[in-house]
Design a protein around this ligand. Structure first.
Ligand SMILES: [Mg+2]
Length: 352
């Protein structure tokens, strides 16, 4: 029996290289938490919680408090019992999404290291490189154009553009990106910023720009509005903030409210993220993976889920590019390396 011996957590606070604006607000820094799980055999697993108050309704402080509580709940549990650990955390910390996600990430990293296999393998697949898009925030058209050109120059074939603000400015931004990247696959993300009628209008007026996916056009709780947009527009629509849990995914799928579900570890944790991929597949929905602004720990975990499930068509794992003073080095390029054991990352917790 190898059990969870200790759980520790520390703040990971970093500035962003440039501020990042979406329809919900602007981020200039990250206030994340790194979690260390140590097993009774000395194996160490590392995870990351990325609380974003405007999405997960958590903060660095609430995550640290949640981990205090989690310590008393899961210390002594068998590490192989990942479902049991998930169930205990979900019962006691249901609304603490990022905190639960960070603990589950560390648990799976530890389990993978103990077994000598990757998180991708634990998720049912083989290690394989994963290719991400690059995201352009709600910037002016000139900045959008130069960012798109730089991304294309670095080999990115998929670009995501934040919209959901002033519709004229949004259209100008999309037009500027399309001009700089004529062959790119374009995703737009409304981040709940439109009313259904506006979203339909935006889709109609951008028809010539060949947008490939429209993420979360309307308020997360307006499921009928989401369905209204999905039924009205030609391009596939993705539910992001509307789906945190497996239960949310089942609701959206049975309503036919979206064509695609954006699964994120910070919303669902790892066990529920895997469940969401099965629910989507069973309903004939496609999948996207996204992230909050996370360091390479969270980004890498997402890449393992893509490789491990083999079910995710749209990959948006680029947040680490924006973080100043990164905890591991990275190159500005689309491919993520996926290998084990665990997350396959060399992060020294005590040095952070
Ligand atoms: Mg999104």
């Amino acid at each position: 029996m190898t059990e969870i011996d200790t759980i520790e957590a520390k703040r990971l606070t970093r500035d962003l290289t440039t501020s990042f604006e979406i329809s919900l607000g602007t981020q200039t820094s990250i206030s994340n938490v790194v979690i260390k799980v140590e097993l009774t055999d000395g194996t160490i697993g590392i995870g990351e919680a990325a609380p974003v108050s405007m999405v997960t309704h958590e903060s660095q402080e609430t995550v640290l408090a949640a981990i205090e509580l989690a310590r008393s709940l899961v210390t002594g549990m068998e590490i192989e019992n990942t479902r049991g650990i998930h169930t205990v955390l979900k019962h006691h910390l249901e609304t603490q999404h990022a905190a639960r996600a960070g603990i589950e990430m560390a648990v799976f990293d530890a389990l993978g290291k103990r077994w000598g296999c990757s998180l991708a393998a634990l998720a049912g697949g083989a290690n394989a490189p994963v290719v991400t898009d690059d995201t352009i925030g709600m910037v002016g058209p000139n900045t959008a154009q130069s960012q798109a050109a730089a991304a294309v120059e670095s080999g990115f074939e998929d670009l995501k553009i934040k919209v959901g603000g002033d519709i004229e400015a949004d259209i100008e931004r999309v037009a500027a990106v399309r001009e700089a990247a004529p062959d790119a696959e374009i995703i737009v993300d409304g981040n709940q910023g439109y009313y259904p009628k506006e979203a339909i209008q935006f889709a109609d007026r951008t028809a010539d720009f060949d947008i490939g996916l429209f993420e979360q056009p309307v308020d997360k709780d307006d499921r009928r509005g989401l369905k209204q947009v999905t039924d009205a527009v030609r391009i596939p629509v993705a539910a992001d903030e509307s789906v945190f849990t497996a239960e949310d995914a089942a609701t959206i799928a049975t309503m036919g409210a979206a064509d695609v579900i954006n699964v994120k570890i910070q919303k669902a944790g790892i066990v529920d993220a895997l469940a969401i991929t099965r629910i989507a597949a069973a309903h004939g929905l496609d999948l996207m993976i996204g992230m909050m602004l996370e360091s390479s720990i969270g980004v890498r975990a997402g890449a393992h889920i893509v490789a491990g499930t083999g079910a995710i068509s749209y990959v948006d794992l680029d947040g680490h590019f924006s973080i100043a003073d990164p905890i591991t080095s990275w190159e500005y390029q689309p491919a993520h390396d996926v290998q084990g054991p665990g997350l396959g990352l060399d992060v020294e917790y005590d040095a952070l």
